[in-house]
Design a protein around this ligand. Structure first.
Ligand code: ADP
Length: 731
């Protein structure tokens, strides 16, 4: 746009410059012509006046030869011409002279020129290169002004006046008046200097004015453009942008302001900003924004600040805003420039946040009340394992006050020891395991761990550590623990009781077994069929009792930690074969198929054969027991990198889904099983889980009702550590 304008401007400038120059040239030319005309007219006027004074009668006597030298008329005319010469010179006329025509030649005669003058020509001298006009005068007998011409005396413009005889009208001679061309030119130049200088001045003035105007125009244009840009930018702004003059009236009101407040530009411009958007009841304009002061001094305390105000829109709705105001000073006026941000949403969020915070606070108080009311110790830990909360019981159990604990690293400040008084490494603590696995982890109550108190004493604990994950990201954990000193004591007493009771039971049971077998073998005389049947039943029930007592004893041995683990290289294949052999008659009776698949490369593994025998025995007997006739039982043994894994699969009754979490608890017996198989204690799986875990292995299963069950258990490939104890299994 600017380029186009400049282009146009340039040609405009040239055009008018050209006109000025042409106009100046025309004026100069006219003045030059006028001057020339004036001078030549004067020349003619003077020449004719002077000619009139020449007496033709005297001219008649002239001969245009040396004879004239002594002719008194010639002398008289000479004198006449010389006399007027002084005056004629003031008009630029250099000389005057008489010319005769004889035989087509022009001859000089009387003149104003004296013989001392370098331009003197004697009477009778031939005028060799006369101007054309001279010939014309002789022909036309009319006065004439010649064009500039050059002769041997220089460059001249001449007036030629014919001198005629009054009586006959005959042309006697021509009188010439020569004006120096230089003089003429000088006079002309003198006259045209002014128009030339004037033209130059006008031209310069024109250039200056033009450039000043075009600069002004450019500035105006640039200003207009910048104003346009500013207006567009302001209109494009998302936030309302407003401007107020010193009178407090709106001078700028953008589209966003229209939208926010509902007043069109037309409605807003020129109106008092304060009356338009500030609710008068709420704000005293003069006090809040000091408009009066702004009017007088152009200053206001609000400049450069961000204010939070409540404004009203056209519909009277309250709009909370954030207003930042700046002072804008231009040459002519002072304005306040404001950017408005509608903070209704922010306010709403703040309100919600406060409400949420209050709820959270309330929740926190409730949770704290709950946690302090809990009978167990509770420690809350943040993502950096710093303790953020310790309830009253935790304080009591650990001997630290909550204040002492909060902010401390849980690992550094609460030491955990095992049964041998060794500090348990950070990575093996329930808390660590829970965080790593993302699941709740409970410490074993069979092999309890110990928390160390502030006074360095320790107590056995059952720990339940739960990680807290918010949005899938670990954000802390809760450690719930209880002192199980009493439980251990009770358990110990219970185990001792079971052990004692079982021992006491074993002797009479053995006696019953012994005597009943003697009776069956006919040591006390032959028994009839009915007697044999009764004694058989006694023997069978007695055997069940013995099995139960043995299992109870084994459990109490395991639980008390008194069991001996005697690790020896063991061939698992042999163990499995022995178990199968033991159940052969039962398998045959139920017409079941047993498939055994043992990795041929599997070496002997270091474990207690008596204990692991017990594991296989239990799992295989369950598979037989809990499968219908003609069922199939598969036994696989393989190994991975670290473990030997045994798998016992049957296609029997399965374990109901709802019961699956209880499978390894004491005395659990499946509801589906109770209807089919009455024999069983619900202690087998509990016992073997304890055996496997104390051997460093794991047991797990998968089961679907009426489809079948698979149990797996692992043993470390590197072998099971032997353990000194007091009793061995089944002893
Ligand atoms: P018991 O066999 O003496 O009842 P266990 O502890 O060995 O005790 O088993 C507990 C219970 O688990 C069983 O009563 C039975 O309900 C269920 N169970 C164990 N093994 C199987 C299996 N292979 N198939 C179906 N149910 C099983």
């Amino acid at each position: 746009m600017i380029k186009k304008f400049s282009f146009f401007k340039f040609y405009f400038f040239l055009f008018f410059g050209f006109i000025i120059i042409i106009f100046g040239a025309i004026i100069t030319f006219i003045i030059a012509q006028n001057t020339r005309k004036n001078i030549t007219t004067n020349l003619l006027y003077f020449s004719e006046s002077v000619s009139a004074a020449i007496n033709p009668q005297r001219v008649k006597t002239l001969t245009a030869s040396s004879l004239d030298d002594n002719n008194p008329d010639n002398i008289r005319i000479n004198q006449q011409l010389q006399k007027v010469q002084t005056y004629l010179q003031t008009q630029g006329i250099r000389w005057s002279y008489l010319v005769f025509q004889k035989d087509n030649q022009f001859l000089f005669s009387a003149s104003s020129i004296t013989p001392d003058d370098p331009g003197y020509s004697k009477p009778g001298d031939i005028y060799k290169d006369p101007p054309q006009e001279l010939q014309k005068v002789f022909q036309d007998q009319q006065s004439i002004i010649s064009q500039p011409y050059q002769d041997e005396w220089g460059k001249f413009v001449s007036a030629f006046i014919p001198i005629k005889d009054f009586s006959t009208g005959e042309l006697l001679a021509v009188i010439g008046f020569d004006i120096d061309y230089q003089y003429l030119q000088f006079q002309i130049n003198r006259q045209i200097i002014f128009p030339i200088i004037s033209t130059i001045f006008i031209f310069i003035f024109y250039i200056i004015i033009f450039f000043l105007i075009s600069r002004q125009l450019n500035q105006t244009k640039a200003l207009e453009e910048s104003e346009e840009r500013f207006r567009l930018a302001v209109d494009a702004a998302i936030d309302p942008v407003i401007m107020m003059n010193q009178e407090g009236n709106i001078t700028l009101w953008n589209k966003a302001a229209e939208k926010t407040y509902g007043y069109s530009q037309k409605e807003a411009l020129g109106h008092s900003l304060h009356h338009l958007i500030l609710p008068p009841k709420k704000y005293n304009v003069d006090q809040s924004v000091n408009l009066k002061n702004f009017k007088q001094t152009g200053q206001s305390p609000i400049f450069g600040k961000i204010l939070e105000l409540e404004t009203t829109n056209k519909a009277g709705k309250i709009i909370p805003i954030e207003l930042s105001v700046a002072l804008i000073k231009t040459k002519n006026e002072i304005s306040a420039f404001g950017i408005i941000r509608d903070i209704s949403i922010r306010r709403r969020h703040e309100k919600l946040l406060i409400q949420k915070n209050n709820i959270l606070k309330e929740e926190k108080l409730k949770t704290e009340a709950l946690l302090s009311g809990i009978g167990d110790g509770v420690l809350a830990i943040d993502q950096n394992f710093k303790i953020t909360y310790a309830n009253h019981i935790a304080e009591k159990l650990l001997g630290w006050t909550s204040k002492e604990l909060i902010g401390k690293d849980v690992y550094d400040n609460i030491t955990v020891k095992d049964g041998t008084n060794k500090t348990i490494a950070k990575g093996k603590r329930a808390l660590s395991l829970a965080v790593k696995s993302g699941k709740t982890i409970s410490s074993s109550t069979i092999n309890p761990v110990y928390y160390v108190r502030k006074d360095k004493s320790k107590f056995p604990v059952a720990i339940t550590a739960s990680p807290i994950n918010s949005d899938g990201k670990f954000s802390g954990a809760i450690d719930v623990f209880r002192d199980i000193t009493h439980e251990i004591e009770v358990d110990k007493m219970k185990n001792e009781f079971i052990s004692l009771a079982s021992h006491q039971l074993r002797t009479p049971l053995s006696a019953i077994k012994w005597y009943s077998e003697m009776l069956l073998e006919g040591d006390a005389g032959k028994l009839d069929t009915e007697q044999t049947k009764f004694i058989d039943n006694i023997n069978l029930s007695n055997q069940r009792m013995i099995d139960l007592v043995n299992t109870l004893l084994n459990i109490s041995r395991i639980e008390s930690g008194r069991i001996i683990i005697e690790s020896n290289p063991t061939d698992l294949k042999e163990l499995i074969s022995t178990v199968i052999y033991e159940f052969e008659s039962k398998i045959k009776e139920k017409k079941q198929k047993i498939i055994v698949n043992i990795n041929p490369n599997l070496k002997k593994i270091n474990c207690d054969p008596k204990l692991i025998f017990e594991v296989y025995k239990n799992l295989i007997s369950n598979a037989i027991k809990y499968s219908p006739k003609e069922g199939e039982i598969q036994i696989f043994v393989s190994s991975d990198k670290d473990n030997v894994i045994s798998q016992i699969t049957d296609n029997g009754y399965g374990i109901p889904k709802k019961d699956q979490t209880k499978v390894f608890t004491k005395f659990y017996r499946g509801e589906n099983i109770l209807k089919i198989e009455t024999e069983g204690t619900g202690l087998g799986l509990y016992l073997i889980k304890s055996i496997i875990e104390s051997s460093g292995g794991k047991i797990w299963f998968k089961s679907e009702e009426n489809k079948g069950t698979t149990f797996w258990f692992s043993l470390p490939l590197k072998g099971v550590n032997s353990k000194k104890g007091e009793v061995s299994i089944n002893s």
